[in-house]
Ligand binder design. Structure first.
Ligand SMILES: O=c1ccn([C@@H]2O[C@H](COP(=O)(O)O)[C@@H](O)[C@H]2O)c(=O)[nH]1
Length: 243
């Protein structure tokens, strides 16, 4: 199947594996499809920066999904180190507050100014409310009143005012985010489930086609691909469903 780059480039495959070998197998199976690769905590904590660098050497765009949430000084240092890896995108929790978000941006600038070789400015993205969080959990367990959408919009505005390029949110919130922050403000949306597939621990979900119809920039998909008998076939049918 010939996959149009314009579609594939907007699909982020979550390499949620315990070991580098398993992730490598999936990358090999998807060879030739120019999708974005997402490295999250599970793989990064086991395979480390080396795995990220190997993806970059193979020419992939990489989203390092470590969701930093710490005191501003620590997040600044983390951002500096992540930027030096040459990733294309990374993220921080907006719940850390505006000063923490601004520190993340300062860390990026420091790495770009101090680097010995040319690095592109990564997109720094704020996590609003995790797509596994339901209205009830947000209100009763996390202790935030009001609707999930209102919190997501408040966090998106804070992320934008701190200079971030966009947010992670559910595809259900994309239209309102774009209305409030402008079409250029990037939305990265996990919580993607092809029709008929298991929702698992996700809560605020749409199908790939529905997510793009809402105007999202990137969709993030993990288990519907990684847990499939034929991961390449699963990704190809997702792509077909979008076109
Ligand atoms: O709000 C968020 C933020 C990040 N994620 C990450 O996306 C993938 C989704 O995986 P699935 O297997 O398709 O559910 C995973 O790596 C999460 O850490 C998210 O789901 N929601």
């Amino acid at each position: 199947m010939t996959v149009p780059a314009k579609v594939a480039e907007r699909i982020m495959v979550a390499l949620d594996y315990a070991e580098a070998g398993q992730a490598r197998q999936l990358v090999e199976a998807l060879q030739g499809i120019p999708c974005y690769m997402k490295v999250g905590m599970q793989l990064f904590y086991s395979a480390g920066p080396q795995f990220v660098l190997s993806l970059k050497e193979q020419g992939y765009k990489v989203f390092l999904d470590l969701k930093m949430h710490d005191i501003p000084n620590t997040v600044k240092g983390g951002s500096e180190s992540i930027t030096r890896l040459g990733v294309d995108m990374f993220n921080v929790h907006v719940a850390g507050g505006k000063q923490m978000l601004e520190s993340a941006m300062e860390g990026v600038d420091k790495a770009l100014k101090g680097g010995t070789h040319a690095l592109a400015h990564p997109l720094v993205i704020g996590v609003t409310q995790l797509t596994s969080t339901s209205q009830q959990v947000m209100n009763e367990e996390i202790g935030l009143a009001g609707s999930v959408e209102a919190t997501v919009l408040r966090y998106a505005a804070m992320a934008q005012s701190a200079g971030l390029a966009g947010v992670v949110a559910s595809p259900l919130e994309v239209v309102r985010i774009k209305e409030a922050c402008g079409s250029g403000f990037v939305t990265v949306t996990p919580g993607i489930r092809p029709a008929g597939s298991d929702i698992g621990d996700q809560s605020r979900v749409l199908t790939p086609a529905e997510a793009f119809a809402q105007g999202t920039d990137f969709i993030v998909i993990g288990r519907p691909i990684t847990a499939a008998q034929d991961p390449r076939g699963a990704l190809e049918s997702i792509i077909e469903s979008i076109q």
